[in-house]
Unconditional design. Structure first.
Length: 133
């Protein structure tokens, strides 16, 4: 059962659409993968807290090519990109994620360690506490 956020209910069986949730981090950790169907022009240089949470949790991502998130995926090797203007390509990549999920999950778990060492809330708090005292 592959749950991907921000997908249409009728795209594929097993996809779950999520809207506003009380704790996005908790929801992300229960997902097999997260689909970020972001506008390429807006997210070309803007970041995504959802993508960062997924990376820090070891959850594979799917994101449009040409976004800052696609660069994160390339650097961490933890997901797939798709052509944001081509719904058929998005579906193809969703199917690939489903078929090769064990591989993408292991890549995401491996990348999580490196990501957490450089980023994330625990690292931020540790740095603040180091300066405080």
């Amino acid at each position: 059962h592959l749950r991907l956020g921000n997908a249409a209910d009728d795209l594929r069986p097993g996809l779950q659409v999520v809207g506003l949730v009380p704790s996005i981090g908790d929801l992300i950790t229960r997902c097999h993968a997260v689909l970020l169907n972001y506008d390429v022009d807006f997210y070309r240089f803007n970041g995504s807290g959802i993508a960062w949470e997924a990376a820090g949790s070891g959850i594979p991502l799917l994101a449009p090519r040409g976004t800052s998130i696609s660069k994160l995926l390339r650097n961490l090797d933890t997901g797939l990109t798709f052509d944001g203007a081509d719904p058929a390509h998005l579906l193809l990549q969703c199917d690939r994620m489903r078929q090769e999920w064990p591989f993408f999950r292991s890549q995401a778990l491996r990348a999580r360690q490196a990501y957490r060492a450089r980023n994330g809330t625990p690292r931020f708090i540790d740095r603040i506490l180091a300066h405080a005292g």
